[in-house]
Design a protein around this ligand. Structure first.
Ligand code: SAM
Length: 229
């Protein structure tokens, strides 16, 4: 059974898609979609040997070798031109997902939909999408096993209206998620704000300690001057 997180990603894959799942690990997502007959064909890409072997074993075990091609390589470089039309990249940080997209941007011709599931720093992906003319068309947020995940869906197009007013806030928290304000969304940002407050408190404490050290040095200076007299 697929995790709730990957099930939510699977729901965003259009019927009949040709899919590349990058950083596929056990290839759970392409295998599930293939067994459901939801995709015509899939590439499971992995840069690391261990997960690549796991993906190959899983595809073989389910006898899906005819439908899923497991390839070893970095990011989007495992895809041939025109081979797929949908890309999923899941379970990594927003920074790594953006880097994979940026480094493989020449491979995006013919891609109509990106489904991206960052574990953290989703704003880095929103930023990348905006810069590279992809329009964010949907977002979701969910909690599973005590962790909060976001899913971002983008298609080609102008995103001007998505970010109308409060662009900075929308970029950080997500324009659609901000509108919906689900319980999980509120929880995520309450936790984030708690974290920021903790950082501010520790910076203030460090500043206080630094001041104390300097004050002591000043005292020492006075003592030295007294001794010299
Ligand atoms: N996508 C799966 C999921 O969501 O459950 C697996 C997520 S796993 C935490 C991240 C996977 O991405 C790892 O198996 C790692 O080897 C792979 N990975 C990291 N950087 C990659 C890259 N540049 N190209 C391809 N795969 C990468």
């Amino acid at each position: 059974q697929l995790s709730e997180r990957l099930l939510a990603v699977a729901e965003q894959v259009p019927e009949g898609a040709k899919l590349a799942d990058i950083g596929s690990d056990h290839a759970y997502l392409p295998c599930y979609l293939s067994l459901q007959n939801k995709v015509q064909f899939a590439v499971a890409g992995e840069v690391n040997e261990g997960p690549y072997q796991s993906a190959k074993a899983q595809v073989k075990r389910l006898r899906l070798e005819g439908d899923i091609s497991v390839r070893k390589g970095d990011g989007l470089h495992v895809m041939m031109p025109g081979e797929v039309d949908v890309i999923t990249i899941c379970g990594m940080g927003g920074g790594l997902i953006s880097t994979i997209l940026e480094e493989g941007k020449d491979k995006l011709e013919g891609i109509t939909r990106l489904i991206l599931q960052p574990n953290v720093t989703a704003h880095l992906i929103r930023n990348w999408l905006r810069r590279r003319n992809w329009k964010l068309i949907d977002e979701s947020i969910l909690e599973e096993d005590g962790k909060i995940y976001e899913i971002l869906v983008a298609e080609r197009g102008d995103d001007q209206e998505v970010y109308l007013d409060n662009e900075e806030v929308k970029m950080l928290v997500g324009p659609y998620l901000m509108k919906e304000k689900s319980t999980v969304f509120r929880k995520k940002w309450e936790l984030e704000i708690e974290g920021w407050k903790r950082i501010i408190r520790s910076l203030e404490k460090a500043k206080q300690e630094e001041k104390e050290i300097l004050r002591k040095k000043m005292e020492l200076k006075k003592t030295i001057e007294m001794v010299e007299e």
